[in-house]
Structures are given as structure tokens and as C-alpha cells.
Design a protein around this ligand. Structure first.
Ligand SMILES: Cc1cc2nc3c(=O)[nH]c(=O)nc-3n(C[C@H](O)[C@H](O)[C@H](O)COP(=O)(O)O)c2cc1C
Length: 397
């Protein structure tokens, strides 16, 4: 296929390795995801626009720009003083793939213009590497970097994911009645108490922290506001519940549903870890406490507990999916930090510009979108498998 992968070679004399093609290796298409429900995002933080192409969405799905806009509005910057003050309307336009309010089955192009890009704020840092951001590694890889607002590594890229995710979510809701709800479960050491079976999106959105536990939300808001005034940042955990998913989605070996979800979530900016079901805490329990007993339930098979988080052997079991995603404290802070410049000289840096003091409230719709993309893809794959098996005609055991 003539596919190539870069590798470092001889030194250019500067700090960056010289890149040359490595023949015969698979190309890593880092901006695309999915097998049947396929999404490519494009755009840089301070370029003219960002967006996505969704290819593989089935035809005849009723869809409006407003439905996509509703999710983008939840991701939008400037929602409260707890988030970055970049002012973007994030108006989405569907440029293809839709006719008379329904999908055509052809590629859907979603475009959002960047209206409040202020590249000048990044001018003083164009030759400096912001600690724990993507500046150094992007330059080490590509030998070139759009230094305006983090370029492609900016969370602005997630506009495309959220827009595409809204379509995937609509598909799952229309076909299966699936309901996806994310919420802020923890900021720093403030942990919320939330019932994952009953929590609703409107309740999550009722508070600017997106934490549906009012007592924890109040403390989280105060903590984020205090850290913002200090010029520092905080991290935390977004939790996700997916209800109404049938059993059978996923694969038993390399493409387990939990692996796909974890990979999708770890592909988010600032993501540092993923837990499924009981997660790391469950590893401290005994098997007798951890196992989920099967129970008959009105003609269905269910489990009495859900420590598996809705996935067993890499395949959904029909119980609610439960995923936790840990996000680090925002890298860019208004405090003096040690760094180096592109020539390798020791320098110090105190960031300016508009930044989220805590990415958690805005990360909720992004986590929901990634789950929707993975699940829509795996649902279509399972559908293809079961339709093919039915056509073959052999009875299920
Ligand atoms: C919703 C959201 C908003 C973010 N906002 C910022 C920000 O304002 N400033 C910043 O430095 N990083 C922000 N980030 C994280 C960076 O994009 C990310 O840390 C950076 O690209 C380095 O990648 P890594 O943390 O995955 O290693 C945000 C992440 C998310 C999910």
C-alpha cells in the first residue's frame, strides 16, 4: 500500500530529529476513527474552522443542525466563569449528506468557524515549550507546529468529535432507545455521590460544574473559582452511564468494547486514565464480592450488581455501561514555570491567554460523544454480523 510511518534519523543540528519514511509499515491515520461509522476530524485552534466528516451513517435518519448544536452548546467555551473565556458561538453547518431533514447515507460534513481566535496572545510563546502541553512532542514528531493556541492539540479539535458524536447519539437513540449521560464525579479530592441508574442530563446541566450532587457541586465551584484566581488549575473525573444498550456489542479479543471505549477516552486531550465498572477499586475486593450474580428478570437475563460496568469478555451484557475518565489539571497556568526554548536554552514562562482552570465541566459532552461514536460503530458491526448469520440460516444455539 506504500504506507509509511516516520522514524527519527540523523540530527539536523537543532533539537529535533530528522524524519524519514519507514517503508512497509501501516500508516497511522490519527485523525480518523471507526470501522463502519467512520469519523475524521480536522482543524486547528486558531485556523479558520474546525469540524468533522462522518462517513457510514445509515440513510434516512432524521437529523437537524439544532440537534447537533444542542451538544456543541454544552461543550462551548465561555459558559461560566469556571471555564475559558474564549467567546465562540460554535454555530454548526451541515454542508453535505443531508436532504430534506434526513441523512442520505453519504459523507456528512460538519463545519464550525473559529470566530474568536486571538493568535497574538501566543506570540510570546512561539519558541517556548509550555510544560506538560503538546508543544515539544508535536514539534519533535512533525518538525513544524502551529503554535497558535496549541494548534491541533487544542481541545478546540473536540468540536468535530462532539458534532459527530451528536449524530451517533441520535442514531443509537432512534434505533435502540439508548441514553448516554455523563457527569462530573470528582474535582481534585471532592467526590460526588450520584446514582448512575437514575441520573439525568438535564439535572447534570442545571449546575455550571456539571456535577449533579448539589453539595459537592457547591464545593467544586468554590474550589475551581479559587484556583482560577490563583492562576493555577485542577483535574478530576468524568463518569459516564449508558443505558438501554443491548447485549452483544464488542469483540472477545483484540477489539473488546472496554478496550475500544478506553482507547477512545484516552484519545481525549488531558485524559490520564480510564476505569470500567468497579475499576481499580474493584481490584482490592474478593471475587465473591466482585462477581455479578445472574438473575432472571421478566424474560431477560440481568445481573444483580454491575461491577462489570456492563461489559464481560469485551462484549456488552445489557446492563448500563459505566466508565470513568480521569483528566489532569490543565497544563497552561498563570504561574512562572521552568522550560526551554526551541534552541534548548533554559527559560522561564508565565502563560497568558484564555484557559480552562479545570477542564471537567466541558469534558462531559466530549466523553459522551466519544462513547456514542464507539457504540454506534460497534452496533453497526454487530448488526452486520447478526444479519449475515441469519442469512446463512444456521440456528443460534
Ligand atoms: C474540554 C477541555 C478543555 C481544555 N482546555 C485547555 C486549556 O484551556 N488550556 C490547556 O492548556 N489545556 C487544555 N486542555 C488540555 C490540552 O488540550 C492537553 O492537555 C494538551 O493538548 C496536552 O495533551 P495531553 O494532556 O493529553 O498530554 C483541555 C482539554 C479538554 C478536554
Amino acid at each position: 500500500m506504500g504506507d509509511t510511518l516516520c522514524r527519527g534519523g540523523r540530527d539536523t543540528g537543532g533539537m529535533l530529529p530528522y524524519r524519514q519514511p519507514l517503508p512497509g509499515r501501516r500508516r497511522v491515520l490519527g485523525s480518523s476513527t471507526g470501522t463502519l461509522f467512520r469519523v475524521t476530524t480536522w482543524g486547528e485552534s486558531h485556523g479558520p474552522s474546525v469540524g468533522a466528516v462522518v462517513d457510514g451513517c445509515p440513510p434516512r435518519l432524521a437529523l437537524t443542525e439544532e440537534e447537533i448544536q444542542a451538544q456543541l452548546d454544552r461543550r462551548r467555551p465561555g459558559q461560566s466563569r469556571l471555564t475559558t473565556q474564549r467567546r465562540e458561538k460554535d454555530r454548526v453547518r451541515i454542508l453535505s449528506g443531508l436532504f430534506e431533514g434526513r441523512t442520505l447515507g453519504t459523507p456528512i460534513l460538519l463545519l464550525v468557524e473559529n470566530e474568536d481566535a486571538k493568535a497574538g496572545a501566543y506570540e510570546p510563546f512561539r519558541d517556548l515549550y509550555r510544560p506538560s502541553h503538546a508543544d515539544y512532542t508535536v514539534e519533535a514528531k512533525y518538525g513544524i507546529r502551529d503554535w497558535r493556541g496549541g494548534g491541533r492539540a487544542s481541545a478546540r479539535e473536540t468540536v468535530g468529535r462532539v458534532a459527530a458524536g451528536a449524530i451517533a447519539e441520535k442514531l443509537l437513540a432512534a434505533a435502540l432507545g439508548v441514553e448516554i449521560v455523563g457527569w462530573v464525579a470528582r474535582v481534585a479530592d471532592i467526590e460526588a455521590v450520584v446514582d448512575p441508574v437514575r441520573v439525568r442530563r438535564d439535572v447534570v446541566d442545571a449546575d455550571p460544574t456539571r456535577c449533579p450532587d448539589p453539595e459537592a457541586a457547591k464545593r467544586i465551584a468554590e474550589r475551581i473559582d479559587a484556583i482560577r484566581r490563583e492562576g493555577d488549575s485542577l483535574g478530576g473525573v468524568v463518569e459516564l452511564a449508558v443505558r438501554g444498550l443491548p447485549p452483544g456489542l464488542g469483540q472477545p479479543v483484540f477489539e473488546k468494547l472496554d478496550a475500544a471505549l478506553a482507547g477512545a477516552m484516552m484519545g481525549l486531550p488531558a485524559a490520564k486514565g480510564v476505569e470500567i465498572g468497579s475499576g481499580f477499586e474493584g481490584t482490592t475486593w474478593t471475587g465473591s464480592r466482585h462477581n455479578d450474580p445472574f438473575v432472571p428478570a421478566g424474560g431477560r437475563i440481568r445481573t444483580a450488581s454491575n461491577h462489570s460496568g456492563g461489559i464481560q469478555g469485551g462484549i456488552s451484557n445489557g446492563e448500563p455501561l459505566r466508565v470513568r475518565v480521569g483528566f489532569k489539571p490543565t497544563a497552561t497556568i498563570r504561574k512562572e514555570q521552568a522550560t526551554v526554548d526551541r534552541a534548548g536554552n533554559a527559560r522561564s514562562l508565565e502563560a497568558t491567554g484564555r484557559h480552562d482552570p479545570c477542564v471537567l465541566p466541558r469534558a462531559v459532552p466530549i466523553v459522551e460523544a466519544m462513547a456514542a461514536l464507539v457504540l454506534a460503530d460497534h452496533w453497526l458491526r454487530q448488526l452486520a454480523l447478526s444479519v449475515a448469520a441469519d442469512r446463512i440460516g444456521g440456528p443460534a444455539r
